[in-house]
Design a protein around this ligand. Structure first.
Ligand code: W6P
Length: 472
């Protein structure tokens, strides 16, 4: 129907990745105008991202798309897409709108600025001065007003997913035969630089930001159960197909893409909600802590991992964990992402140590060692255990989503049915998801194992975080 056509249309536009650095520079001391621009960016970017996911979920092979869990998740994506594209744009005074570099709202056209994907619209790029790749957002637009005026508005072509570009003093239609006028300002330039400081905002701006944020909160909540619901769908499919083996490489890369996209979307949602609802804090921009203290995050993850380990194995004391980390080492990051990764890896190490040495040797567990070092580019956290290691042949399985034993599959069903269990065992998604979190801001996660001795996990984090999200 109409919704499906719209989803299809939006899915022909490429997603725009953002970097941590962009988010920090943009969201510092946000004015109502900054928050409005942030809303406008999401109003355009989220439907594009959601439409890509709906299409991918719909095109899953071998009847997987028809599994109940997969269908439900797809419906959530379509529902959120629908909420976003039908959200009424703000009615702004043309002067204010132009100062904010925003499209007019009269014609109910959301914000037609996305660049058509050249591979899907080969004829669109024929005009002179092709659009620079959207992910290479120039940092020069990030430093205050310097890049604001006199920018090269005349380059590139672009139009929105709704097929109605707008023309204003910034650009004009280029008549490339696509049947719509072209907006010449790439999305990054329109939304990622803070507005001029002296603007005065009418009350409608605040009202719009408020309503939009409430919708974003609803959407974020709607998608909370996505990971377990997709996992249920896959489990259901495996039962039907009578398979208990690993998923194929195609499925693996679909899930990597899908969950990476989810991390990105939820980062944008969480950031927006935080900017709009939390009191300003000098070390935070939204959910980004500009001075994330690695020692503190590791220390907390250690306490939590030991606690669940002790609960799970009914130990008086779990294996000791030594932390070697400068106490004052800080960098900009989302603390929640870092603690998630550390907690997950520490649990694996503790489990390996306890199972290798036996609960009866509680007093003689070899310690797990956490070493944090800051280099020029990277900040690396190494977590070493003497848990006996992993055979090299089993390494590929470590990163798969369905490397679950039947017991764990049962646990997964329990988790999905809200039957809470100590999270020690996890359900086979911990490591691949942790690697996605590490990669999200340009880092990585690697495991090196000495079979018969133990495992070293390396969390590499990009200190600068100037690279955009890895989309597609
Ligand atoms: C193991 C297996 C594993 C996975 C991830 C992190 C640490 C460890 N240790 O034995």
């Amino acid at each position: 129907p109409a919704l499906w056509d719209k989803i299809h249309h939006y899915s022909t536009f490429p997603q725009t990745g953002v970097s941590l650095q962009q988010m920090v520079l943009f969201g510092q001391n946000p004015s109502q105008g900054t928050l409005l621009k942030a809303s406008q960016f999401l109003a355009e970017e989220l439907p594009i991202r959601l439409s890509h996911r709906v299409k991918e979920l719909d095109e899953l092979p071998d009847g997987l798309a028809e599994m109940d869990g997969v269908r439900r998740v797809k419906e959530w994506y379509a529902e959120s897409f629908n909420d976003l594209v039908n959200f009424p744009p703000p009615k702004l005074d043309p002067k204010l709108r132009d100062a904010l570099m925003m499209p007019p709202s009269e014609n109910q056209v959301p914000f037609p600025v996305a660049t058509p994907n050249p591979s899907l619209h080969p004829h669109v790029n024929e005009s002179p001065g092709g659009m620079p790749p959207r992910h290479t957002s120039s940092q020069s637009t990030w430093h205050g007003q310097a890049g604001w005026k006199g920018y090269g508005y005349g380059e590139g072509t672009g139009t929105g997913p709704n097929g109605q570009g707008y023309s204003n003093s910034f650009g004009e239609g280029n008549g490339n035969g696509y049947g719509m006028s072209k907006l010449r300002i790439p999305i990054e330039r329109r939304y990622f630089s803070p507005p001029p400081k002296d603007l005065v905002y009418p009350p409608e701006v605040h009202e719009y930001n408020d309503k939009f944020t409430r919708m974003i909160e609803r959407i974020k909540k709607r998608h909370d159960p996505t990971v377990t619901t997709v996992a249920q769908g896959i489990l259901e499919w495996k039962k039907k197909m009578g398979r208990s083996d690993m998923l194929g490489a195609g499925m693996q890369s679909f899930l990597d893409r899908f969950y990476m996209s989810r991390i990105g979307i939820r980062f944008l949602l969480g950031q927006h909600i935080a900017l709009n609802t939390l009191q300003p804090h000098e070390d935070y921009v939204g959910i980004i802590c500009t001075k994330t203290n690695v020692h503190d995050v590791c220390h907390e993850a250690i306490e939590n991992a030991r606690f669940v380990c002790e609960e799970h194995y009914a130990l008086y004391k779990g294996p000791p964990i030594q932390l070697i980390c400068p106490k004052n080492l800080t960098f900009p990051y989302v603390p929640g992402h870092l603690s998630h990764i550390c907690f997950e890896l520490l649990k694996n190490s503790l489990r390996a140590v306890v199972e290798r040495h036996g609960v009866e040797n509680e007093d003689n567990f070899p310690p797990v060692k956490v070493v944090v070092v800051e280099g020029k580019e990277d900040l690396t956290i190494k977590i070493s255990d003497e848990g006996g290691g992993i055979p090299r042949s089993a390494m590929p399985q470590i990163w798969t989503y369905m490397y679950t034993t039947m017991q764990e599959a049962q646990d997964l069903e329990n988790v999905a049915q809200n039957d809470f269990k100590a999270p020690m065992a996890g359900f086979g998604y911990g490591l691949p998801l942790s690697r996605l979190y590490a990669r999200f801001f340009g880092g990585d996660l690697r495991l090196i194992s000495m079979e018969g001795y133990g495992t070293d996990a390396y969390i590499h984090l990009n200190k600068l975080s100037s690279s955009a999200e890895p989309l597609q």
